[in-house]
Design a protein around this ligand. Structure first.
Ligand code: MG
Ligand code: MG
Length: 260
């Protein structure tokens, strides 16, 4: 069942989303060569707790971290640990925050320092473009197939692999809810979305094959051919004529959260 949120619920989802967006800004300050993914995870957790929220992914289904941090050929669900970030790495931060029982979920990809190749730069630009194309398909009465088709069209234009086993989802008082929002599909097919529904759209696009597998840690998903992958995700509210980004990235950090 796809839940239509009340105004009070939407305000809580807005607050959760705002903190997720700010957590990305906060985390970016620490994304430098020589830092471990655990250090980044700890900083994000500290920030989220300081804002009166909890980390949505901490312990979710048994996940052994607070946020998912995936590098280069890792698609999603990387476990924070002692891996040291290198110059030119593509870092994917997937951050979730829960405010008064309601969640925000947003992943973003960043290149640390000097990019290793123009291909990597383009991969990020194009995956973000796919996310925005997917969002542009949203309005009252659209279907999840409309969103998937729009994402897939951008991926195909650039010959990028579309990960199919992992999908976007409804967001609310749980982080993963109905409906599934695949990054592929046919227009006018799939569940219909209405004003007041809240979903996460999250293309995962690969430079090479769409095929993936799971590492022995039972969490980290990597590309089958070891080529790089990018992931961009927003949690959005469906509105009558479009959508509202809840995990907005245009709010400035409080001055005390800015690292001098
Ligand atoms: Mg996410
Ligand atoms: Mg998600």
């Amino acid at each position: 069942m796809i839940i239509t949120r009340t105004e009070d619920e939407i305000n809580k989802l807005r607050e959760a989303g705002k903190i997720v967006g700010l957590a990305h800004k906060y985390a970016q300050q620490f994304l430098k060569p020589g830092v471990t993914t655990k250090e980044i995870d700890d900083k994000i957790k500290e920030f989220i707790l300081s804002k009166g929220c909890t980390c949505s992914f901490e312990g979710l289904y048994g996940f052994p971290g607070a946020n998912c941090i995936s590098i280069n050929n890792e698609v999603v669900h990387g476990i924070p640990g002692d891996r040291v970030i290198q110059d030119g790495d593509i870092i994917k931060l997937d951050i979730g925050a829960c405010y008064q029982g309601y969640h925000g979920d947003s992943a973003w990809s960043y290149i640390v320092g000097t990019p290793k190749s123009e291909k990597d730069v383009k991969l990020l630009e194009r995956t973000e473009e796919a996310l925005m194309a997917g969002l542009a398909a949203i309005h009252d009465g659209c279907t999840t197939g409309d969103i998937g088709a729009a994402v897939e069209k951008v991926a195909h234009k650039y010959n990028l692999g579309v990960v199919k086993e992992l999908v976007g989802h409804g967001v609310g008082d749980k982080v993963h809810m109905d409906p599934d929002v695949p990054n592929y599909g046919k227009e006018h097919k799939g569940p219909v979305l209405h004003t007041g529904n809240v979903i996460a759209v999250e293309p995962m696009l690969n430079l090479g094959t769409a095929d993936i597998y799971m590492l022995d840690d039972d969490w980290t998903i990597v590309t089958d051919d070891d080529k790089n992958s990018a992931h961009f995700e927003h949690t959005v509210l469906v509105t009558e004529n479009g959508y509202e980004i809840l995990t907005r990235r245009d709010i400035e950090l409080d001055p005390e959260d800015v690292v001098k």
